[in-house]
Design a protein around this ligand. Structure first.
Ligand code: SME
Length: 154
């Protein structure tokens, strides 16, 4: 089932409420990952990468299978390209990508959103799906709201 308009507010409100909790930032980010993965059927891996130095992404809180890609250089894979360009990458079929880092053969599609604090790129929200072509404009719109909410925590 794809994301429905009427689901978005509830998901964003649930994320906002964990972010406003008295807890450490990593736990809050992990809870946001869990909410997204639990409530959206086609989200199979949800995680944050955090910018380190001028050209590295380091894996932050996530839910889903462990990944070998705990450190990614800018320009490498989908995450690295999103960091390099500061642009959202929506890949509906990863088999068509040449610059792609595979976490698991089950992953068929991926969306990566850069997260900015002001003009500064501070991290990314990365979501993998086991489905082909699962993402719509609703995913993008909701995930952009989640990036805005989580930017202060990165
Ligand atoms: N597929 C990503 C690597 C990160 S994993 O999806 C967790 C990429 O190509 O950058």
């Amino acid at each position: 089932m794809s994301l429905k308009e009427e689901m978005i507010q509830g998901i964003v409100d649930a994320c906002r409420s964990v972010i406003e909790r008295d807890d450490d930032d990593r736990s809050k980010l992990e809870s946001v990952c869990s909410i997204l993965k639990d409530r959206v059927q086609h989200y199979d891996w949800v995680g944050f990468y955090i910018v380190e130095g001028d050209d590295q992404l380091v894996l932050g809180p996530y839910v889903g299978d462990p990944t070998d890609h705990t450190r990614i250089g800018f320009g490498e894979g989908i995450c690295g390209q999103a960091a390099d360009t500061g642009k959202l990458f929506l890949i509906q079929d990863v088999s068509k990508e040449t610059n792609y880092l595979s976490c698991s053969p089950s992953v068929r599609s991926e969306i990566v959103l850069p997260i900015f604090r002001g003009d500064e790129l501070v991290g990314e929200l990365d979501i993998d799906s086991h489905l082909l072509h699962p993402f719509t404009d609703l995913d993008t719109r909701m995930l952009e709201m989640i990036c805005e909410l989580t930017a202060p925590l990165l």
